[in-house]
Ligand binder design. Structure first.
Ligand code: FAD
Length: 427
């Protein structure tokens, strides 16, 4: 690795990042219970893999690659790997993917299963209730919700921390012979054969290969919060309340905590929205059911996570020679289907499987990965965007139409869509 001195040119830091010797790696991999093909791969493979981004996609990809006998380095921009964030729904497809990596037990122990999903009006009238447990049984796993910080912690537990470098914000990538030279904001550099961009919706890696692909605003802004000890009575699954002021979602978490989110139509980067606190939201949602206002009252003093909702337009490939994009860096979606992180986890498992299958030609693995992922991830982005638009409708006629559609659509239609979503080939 090349490290820049404060006042001088970059110098090579070889000791810190030198690959462990062959026998050390061999013995470590045996002790890790690596499969026979993985061990054979390790004997042949000297190419280096680097992951940019230590979020859900990056950490899951690192775990999945380790199972294939590859020990990637992970570079993360944040100064520390701090467990932060609000609640996160992991649908049956993501839990199946995590189970394939053998990491699901620890994750399941930190969250709770969700029995269903209900949509209601601001006057508390039921629009539709879906019993997702019977649907997910067919996929072999239930839907699940966890605190994002707990998920990060559980993933990190399965990785060698000495291979993860924090405070490393990637700035540029240049081709150097057949390799890639990565340059970080702190002036340091690193050479790699293959690069996996898992650095989220504002990906620096994507900026290198697809400079014209930019996040697009969905038209609404969102606050999230986790409140301890304020779980509304009888809440077993996700509840979304739709009305003229916007959308309010309530999700039970393990440990008697409640995760809520609120989405309101607004101009992009509105300072008024950015500065809104729980009391301001109580004003916006004043006409919603009492449990919404109770939750907002209980959130006073708790940190809110705020952000405009954006996604990425479709039309680009995820493989670019020896660079590949995964997770939000490739196909960020609005959160309306609760599938962004789920698709990132699927990406990690499928990418590693393809690399395992094309051990001597990872660029071919990247191509096959894209071919397998394009249609599905585009479908999620498209459908999620449409669902978000409908959920945010404010005009009374449009809202009445939407509510009627919810009431009239047979459960079997939703069920079919969910079954198709959850049953994905992860091998
Ligand atoms: C309001 C909301 C609710 C959501 N709810 C759900 C849900 O219930 N279920 C679900 O499945 N998904 C949900 N999502 C989507 C989910 O959060 C994302 O899809 C998921 O976090 C993507 O993971 P990722 O690792 O690809 O990207 P990120 O989580 O964005 O991680 C990227 C990582 O890369 C790092 N990074 C960025 N730039 C650089 C750089 N230049 N150099 C080095 N490192 C860098 C970042 O610091 C970060 O750690 C939600 C999203 C939102 C906004």
């Amino acid at each position: 690795m090349l490290i820049a001195t404060p006042n001088g040119p970059a110098r090579l830091l070889t000791k810190r990042l030198r690959r462990p010797c062959f026998f050390t790696r061999f013995l470590t991999n045996i002790s890790r219970g690596l499969s026979l093909p993985g061990l054979i791969f390790m004997l042949n493979m000297e190419a280096t893999f680097t992951i940019i981004g230590g979020g859900i996609a990056g950490l899951t990809a690192a775990i999945a690659l380790r199972r294939q006998g590859i020990d990637p380095l992970v570079f993360e921009a944040a100064p520390e790997l701090h467990p932060v964030g609000a609640g996160l729904g992991l649908a049956a497809n993501a839990i199946r993917a995590l189970a394939l990596l053998g990491v699901e037990k620890e994750i399941l122990a930190k969250g709770r299963f969700l029995e269903g999903m209900a949509f209601r009006t601001d006057k508390d009238a039921l629009l539709i209730r879906m019993d997702t447990a019977t649907i997910t049984q067919r996929a072999g796993q239930d839907n699940f919700c966890i605190h994002r910080g707990d998920l990060h912690e559980a993933l990190l537990h399965h990785l060698d921390r000495s291979r993860i470098f924090t405070g490393k914000a990637l700035e540029s990538v240049v081709h150097d012979g057949g390799r890639l030279r990565l340059r970080f904001r702190d002036g340091s550099e690193h050479l790699t054969d293959y690069l996996i961009g898992a650095d989220g919706i504002h990906s620096a890696v994507r900026h290198v290969v697809l400079p014209d692909v930019q996040p697009r605003y969905a038209g609404y802004t969102c606050w999230r919060c986790v409140v301890p000890g304020a779980q509304p009575k009888g809440l077993q699954g996700v509840e979304e309340i739709l009305g003229p002021a916007g959308r309010f979602g309530i999700v039970p978490l393990a440990g008697n905590r409640t995760y809520w989110f609120a989405c309101v139509n607004a101009p992009r980067r509105d300072p008024g929205m950015q500065n809104a606190d729980a009391a301001a939201l109580a004003h916006i949602f004043a006409a919603y059911p009492a449990r919404v206002l109770d939750l907002l009252k209980a959130s006073e003093g708790q940190p809110l996570i705020w952000g405009d909702i954006t996604d990425l337009p479709a039309g680009h490939r995820y493989d670019h020679g020896n660079i590949v994009l995964i997770g939000d860096a490739a196909h960020a979606t609005t959160p309306n289907m609760g599938q962004g992180a789920c698709q990132a986890i699927e990406d990690a498992v499928i990418l590693a499987a393809e690399i395992g299958r094309h051990r001597n030609d990872p660029a071919e693995a990247f191509r096959r990965f894209t071919n397998r992922r394009l249609e599905r991830t585009r479908m999620v982005v498209r459908r999620s965007r449409m669902m978000g638009q409908m959920a945010q409708w404010q005009h009374p006629v449009l809202r009445a139409l939407r509510n009627m559609l919810f009431r009239l659509t047979p459960q079997a239609v939703f069920r079919r869509q969910l079954v198709a979503l959850y049953n994905v080939d992860l091998t």
